[in-house]
Design a protein around this ligand. Sequence first.
Ligand SMILES: [Zn+2]
Length: 479
Amino acid sequence: MKEEGQVKEIPAKKEQFSEWYTAVVLKAELADYAPVRGCMVIRPYGYALWENMQARLDARFKATGHLNAYFPALIPESFLKKEAEHVQGFSPQVAWVTRGGDSELTEPLALRPTSEAIINYMYARWVKSYRDLPVLINQWCNIFRWEKTTRLFLRTLEFLWQEGHTLHRTQEEAQEETRRILNIYVDFVENDLAVPVIAGKKPESEKFPGALATYSIEALMPDGQALQAGTSHNLGQNFSRAFDIRYLDEDNTEKHPWGTSWGVSSRLIGAVIMTHGDDRGLFLPPRIAPYQLVIVPILYGKNDAMVLETCQKAKEMLNAFRAKLDDRPQFTAGWKFNEYEMRGVPLRVELGPRDVEKNQAVLVPRDGSGKRTVSLDRLAEEVKNLLEELQNNMLSRARAWVASVTTSATTLEEFKKNLTEKPGFVKVHWCGAQECENRLIDETRTTPRNMPLEEQNTTGRCIICGKETRTLIYYARTY
Ligand SMILES: [Zn+2]
């Protein structure tokens, strides 16, 4: 049977997580491997998912006063070298263009690994007075990083992202912006993607090259590994000094503005797949699913015309949703059920001759919670409620799971035991010393994720040296 065969081709999520992930990405037609190692093609279904994510995040940026612009992908080598830490941090991953047509270029051009350098260079030409501030610009674009090991969506040589780059008059404003964006990321990732995150500050060793402070949101994947889902950096005056951005303030003195930069990328698609998928395939949160529901007619060869007509009507009733009617006669209803489950469509609406007679439809949510029969008169309302319920349940379920594998440790032995028994986040107190961090990393093969903003008021002893501290930090294995 074709239906059965299709399901069996996806390895079990629990036993073969990595194979399961790749199979789901390929079979659901989200992406495919490109001819160049480490590159991927985002297929229409995956791109529709990205577009929905993009639209919802973009609306939040616009609502907080940001505008979109586009800067070139080619960046002169000398620009990257202007901020010392920045070039050091990125140089192992930069891809270079050294030839144009028949001739060697006099200066190699980097394919942007991030755009601080080119954008701040332009800002130096645009910002002259305090009246020009703040500058609140975002860019949606592709990024290149020459990664050694790659995985579809999670780590590829080229990927899609947004990067915000802002300038402010004061340090306080820049810090406010850094935190405002972090809050937007939390809201977007938790409420739209239904992926719970820990929001916090990165330790020095993990901050963005050239930043004063980096904040991140960290998600936990079902194999117990953390995935950095977004970052927001307070750049201080580092880039405005390096690129000599100066403005004349109200007091008639020249000053360097304070900067921020922040980004999330298409790797969030990987987080969505891993968090919600199951042995039958993808399960997409209704707010971002390319199709929120699919209508499948149940045809017996008798009264088919009437059933198809009612399906059309149902689709019109549901025009407030991203609805698809699959009335292709060459596929059976059973095949369609499996196909749309595998592709993660949150809700299926079934309509057969008996349903038409009774003026009803059958709703089947993707979470396996069972069929429900509803009157066609209340179809739109029932669908709306059910989609909201699904969205909320997805977040609650993911949250409960993360909580169940988040542990605390006060000794190295306890840390290692926790990690073996329940791979996930391990919370520890830390004195802030680099030696203590290095030892913990070496001993446990985990990395520090962040110092959660909401949990910094407990006193404890550093897990390594025993010194009293109020700093709590999350550790995990990571992608
Ligand atoms: Zn210590």
